[in-house]
Design a binder for this molecule. Structure first.
Ligand code: AMP
Ligand code: MG
Length: 349
């Protein structure tokens, strides 16, 4: 299959490209498009066969359900059976934006979207290209991240091209994604709202709107074989570069730097290509072959993280050590993704 590649300017969107992409979606094809979180791999969310192609293109396990994206709030009632009070408050505060809400689903939503659950995940993105494409298709669009399953999510069109060229009908290049981490997921179908995946809309921001919320244990620790996360996707290893990744933590910045440099030295002597992921202020303190700075504020770290993980692969890193980041606010989402990238491997400085 030849993958069409079209560039779009967010501030001056070419309608012809949008219509071509919407036509592909209506005919059951796959289109990757930018959102404010990460690039999505879109298909008609009411068409089982189209959704099956998503799983095939990504190599995604079939029990990992998809998020339906809407481009207008009126689409919500066509796919969910009820909108609880808590959901209404979250919608008013954060939609359109980077938070996904789990609802009870209507029958029209196929099993290939819900993974056989009675619920469906819905998001209303704020990205202009995403909104225009969804509205123009007239459909709810199923769209997981547009990466090969298990690899870091794509935050630039070149990441999508790397993973999906020849496997999907079209890629819309709308530049870098603003947040760079997947959406926050909150389940409102139980007695108390539950955070299933942290993202740019933080626990604190949600609690300010709906009061106390539970946090699914899969958010901060590795589950044992018989524990089940509430978001099925959280059980899979994710975001992993080819390199062995470990997170190094310690009492002080100096201790962490010293520990990482001693690990790097012994790896280099053993012939490995080494990498370090660090905050901006430490970027010149490391002796690794590849040192990638994620920046100093947590929003910048979030926006750069997946690109950095992919760059370690492109540059051939074999052993990667990462500093850890404060888990407050968006740090919870950053550390959730980093822990997964490292298979929850910590080294104490
Ligand atoms: P992705 O679109 O690749 O970011 O993955 C979507 C995430 O949403 C996965 O972790 C899924 O397990 C989760 N998800 C989708 N639908 C549901 C649902 N009905 N209930 C709980 N989690 C869901
Ligand atoms: Mg994904």
């Amino acid at each position: 299959m030849i993958t069409l590649y079209e560039k779009l300017d967010n501030k001056n969107i070419n309608s012809e490209v949008i219509e071509k992409a919407a036509g592909i979606l209506q005919k059951g094809g796959l289109v990757a498009f930018p959102t404010e979180t990460v690039y999505g791999l879109g298909a008609n969310g009411l068409d089982s066969e189209a959704c099956r192609k998503i799983y095939e293109a990504k190599g995604r396990p079939s029990d990992n359900p998809l998020i339906l994206h809407i481009g207008d709030i009126s689409q919500l009632e066509t796919i969910v059976s009820d909108v609880p009070k808590a959901a209404e408050k979250i919608i008013n505060a954060f939609w359109p934006g980077p938070v996904t809400i789990i609802f009870n689903k209507k029958d029209i939503v196929p099993d290939s979207v819900s993974g056989g659950l009675n619920t469906v995940a819905v998001r209303f993105p704020s990205d202009e290209i995403a909104k225009r494409l969804i509205v123009s298709s007239g459909l709810p669009i199923a769209a997981p991240s547009a990466n090969t399953s298990g690899k870091p999510s794509p935050t630039k069109a070149e990441h999508v091209l790397h993973d999906m060229d020849g496997r999907i009908d079209m890629i819309i290049d709308g530049g870098s994604c603003g947040f760079g981490l997947e959406s926050t997921i909150i389940d409102v179908t139980g007695d108390k709202p539950a955070l299933l995946r942290p993202g740019a809309v933080t626990k604190e921001m949600l609690e300010a709107v709906v009061g106390d919320i539970d946090v699914d244990s899969a958010v901060y620790k590795q589950l044992s074989k018989d524990e089940k996360p509430k978001a099925p996707g959280m059980k899979y290893t994710h975001y992993s570069p080819e390199a062995d990744v470990a997170l190094v933590r310690g009492e002080s910045n100096e201790k962490v730097i010293a520990k990482i440099n001693s690990l790097v030295l012994s790896d280099k002597m053993a012939g490995f290509k080494t990498g370090v992921l660090c905050c901006g202020k430490n970027a010149d303190k490391y002796a690794a072959d590849i040192v990638l700075s994620a920046g100093d504020d947590i929003e910048t770290v979030g926006a750069r993280l997946f690109d950095i993980l992919r760059r370690f692969d492109l540059l051939g890193a074999e052993k990667v050590y990462s500093e850890v980041f404060d888990e407050a606010g968006e740090g919870m989402a950053v550390m959730n993704r980093l822990k997964k990238a490292a298979g929850h491997k910590f080294i104490e400085a």
